[in-house]
Design a protein around this ligand. Structure first.
Ligand code: ADP
Ligand code: MG
Length: 198
């Protein structure tokens, strides 16, 4: 789903560095092959912002791909089986900006972790990556299962990288609570005649 900054309420998420987000929207970081890491709890707008940055990139004429980490790893695993892996890597390398959404929700198999590492390695200084994650850095080893690989991956991602932290309350949850608490608007007469519901 396309999301833009017009519909993003920065006041609802004061932990987010608005100035940095607005600077990134200009797109120069892509020319410099810099990465962006959006880190924070669920529902804090990470995917919204990643999508807005991706959409801005498209409007600037850049080649952008938006993938979930799980979708990418599954695709790469299938391509390995079909001996098409190199073609897929070449295709990814031709992008200017690759957005990898939702790192950390699902732990990786050893092969999955190695495939993702390969993507990050090949992207390093060739194209920009935006990664969204709910994982604090100290927990990355648990998901990747290997300390050395995690260190090397984080090194590549964060070198020349921008980190946007989103650590407030979930916007999703806030909206749901607001909806549930909103009084139902009913005409006066029908309210009187309706039977009580438990
Ligand atoms: P995350 O990826 O951090 O889990 P999302 O970006 O998917 O969160 O946000 C969840 C929902 O709430 C989406 O529909 C998103 O558009 C909306 N949302 C989140 N934060 C904000 C915000 N600050 N202003 C407007 N909408 C927001
Ligand atoms: Mg998300």
């Amino acid at each position: 789903m396309i999301k833009t900054l017009d519909t993003f309420d920065f006041k609802a998420q004061p932990s987010i560095n608005e100035k940095l987000v607005r600077e990134l929207m200009v797109g120069d970081y892509v020319d410099r092959r810099e990465n962006v890491l959006l880190v924070g709890n669920s529902g804090t707008g990470k995917t919204h912002l990643a999508s807005a940055l991706g959409f801005a990139g498209c409007m600037q004429g850049r080649k952008v791909r938006f993938l979930t980490v799980k979708g990418l790893v599954t695709h790469l695993t299938e391509m390995t089986e079909q001996r098409q892996l190199e073609r897929t890597f070449n295709h990814l390398e031709r992008q200017h900006l690759l957005i990898l959404d939702e790192l950390g929700y699902v732990p990786f198999s050893k092969t999955g972790a190695e495939l993702l590492f390969e993507v990050v390695s090949r992207a390093y200084e060739r194209l920009s990556l935006i990664v969204t994650t709910n994982l604090p850095f100290e927990s990355w080893t648990e998901v990747f299962g290997c300390e050395r690989l995690t260190g090397a991956l984080l090194d590549r991602l964060t070198h020349r990288g921008h980190i946007i932290e989103a650590n407030g309350a979930s916007y999703r949850l806030r909206e749901s609570k607001r909806r549930l608490l909103r009084p139902r608007s009913q005409p006066q007469e029908s309210r009187q005649t309706q039977p009580r519901q438990s």
